[in-house]
Ligand binder design. Structure first.
Ligand code: ADP
Ligand code: MG
Length: 355
């Protein structure tokens, strides 16, 4: 090796760049599922079903009845930064859809084999195409890399196979399919709770029974009952509140003082997006400290609405962290709403037993 050449700077191959970038968006099967699930919701679906094999690493399939993808758009679906949802930067301030970066499917296609079948309303047939590294690819050697007409119904089916086949270190880091499947199911359950009116199901491919199965007519409490059982469902109190000065609206379901679990279950949605917030988590645990025995934890489902312009969802491609303006006000308001919900529950109970 020529020592002078060894340390020269060389631009990375585009494929390497894409694969690295994809790995930052798609950490594991559940990150792919969340993106595809949000796409199905963005498409206005009222029914979404998911099947997985090997925890989603071997196969991850999602089927929806949304508005579908037209034949002309097929070549662009997996192209990076190609989207039907955002037209100009200013739109970011009032965006209502989950997606907007046009990055998800592109990223998935860089770390897995993707097959999309889709049919739009009123189209005469569905189309199917395969993707690799952001582009249409032939289903089999010798065939043409273009969408093929096939039978179908309105909606989209996406099949993702052999995730991380080309990123072996990542694939090997994922030890158990069971663990990955548990994460897939958790995300499906959370979105099912926040999307009453949309039927959702999740199962392992080849198994007869579903691990999640909700119907369109199920209420939020019905859905929580079907996931966690009636021991929790009968101890739920609704939460509702509004703080007009910052445009905050909160609704949700919380367990009352009769329910206590070893671990906190906290499903938090901000503007319909599943997110995490350790500060809100702490705030809620504080509220419940007055109600639950030591070591006991509640179940909390919160759906928070804030004006999009007071949220920065663009912090990271995964959009998992949300920075919000007026953080102190939001925390104080949520704490108050939770207290109110629990207190009104308590007084109505006392009243009930006295009567
Ligand atoms: P984004 O959601 O940010 O636009 P994606 O990579 O997730 O980017 O999707 C790219 C495009 O593919 C979307 O803008 C949308 O037009 C289309 N698409 C993806 N999934 C679906 C689906 N399930 N139904 C209809 N259209 C879809
Ligand atoms: Mg998307």
């Amino acid at each position: 090796v020529d020592p002078a050449r060894e340390h020269r700077i060389v631009a990375l191959d585009q494929q390497v760049v894409n694969r690295i970038a994809a790995g930052e968006v798609i950490h594991r099967p559940v990150s792919a599922l969340k993106e595809m699930l949000e796409n199905s919701l963005d498409a206005g679906s009222s029914s979404i079903s998911v099947q997985a094999k090997g925890g989603g690493l071997k196969l991850l399939q999602i089927h929806d009845n949304g508005h579908g993808i037209s034949r002309e758009d097929f070549p662009k679906v997996c192209e990076r930064f190609a989207t039907s949802k955002l037209r100009e930067y200013g739109d970011l301030e009032h965006i209502e859809t989950f997606g907007f970066r046009g990055e998800a499917l592109a990223s998935i296609s860089h770390v897995a084999h993707v097959t999309i079948t889709s049919m739009t309303e009123g189209a005469t047939c569905a189309y199917r195409a395969c993707y690799a590294d952001g582009q249409l690819t032939a289903a089999r050697a010798g065939e043409e890399a273009e969408p093929k007409a096939c039978a179908g119904t309105r909606g989209t089916q996406i099949v993702v196979e052999d995730m991380f086949y080309n990123v072996l270190a990542r694939r090997n880091a994922m030890k158990s399919g069971a663990e990955e499947y548990a994460k897939l199911l958790q995300v499906m359950q959370a979105y099912a709770i926040d999307n009453a009116g949309v039927a959702m199901s999740c199962k392992k491919q080849g198994e007869a029974s579903s691990d999640l199965h909700t119907l369109k007519e199920h209420s939020t409490v019905d859905i929580i009952r079907s996931i966690y059982g009636s021991a929790l469902a009968k101890e739920l109190v609704p939460l509702k509140g509004e703080e007009a000065t910052i445009g905050l609206q909160v609704c949700g379901q919380l367990s009352n003082a009769n329910f206590s679990a070893k671990k906190l279950t906290f499903h938090l949605f901000i503007n319909k997006r599943l997110v995490e917030s350790s500060v809100l988590r702490r705030t809620l645990e504080e509220v419940y400290a007055a109600y639950l025995p030591k070591g006991g934890h509640p179940f909390v489902y919160l759906s928070i609405r804030l004006p999009p312009e007071s949220l920065d969802v663009n912090v990271h491609p995964t959009k998992r962290e949300v920075n919000f303006l007026h953080k102190e006000e939001v925390l104080a308001a949520v704490q108050q709403f939770a207290r109110d919900a629990l207190i009104s529950e308590n007084t109505s109970r006392t009243f009930f037993t006295q009567a």
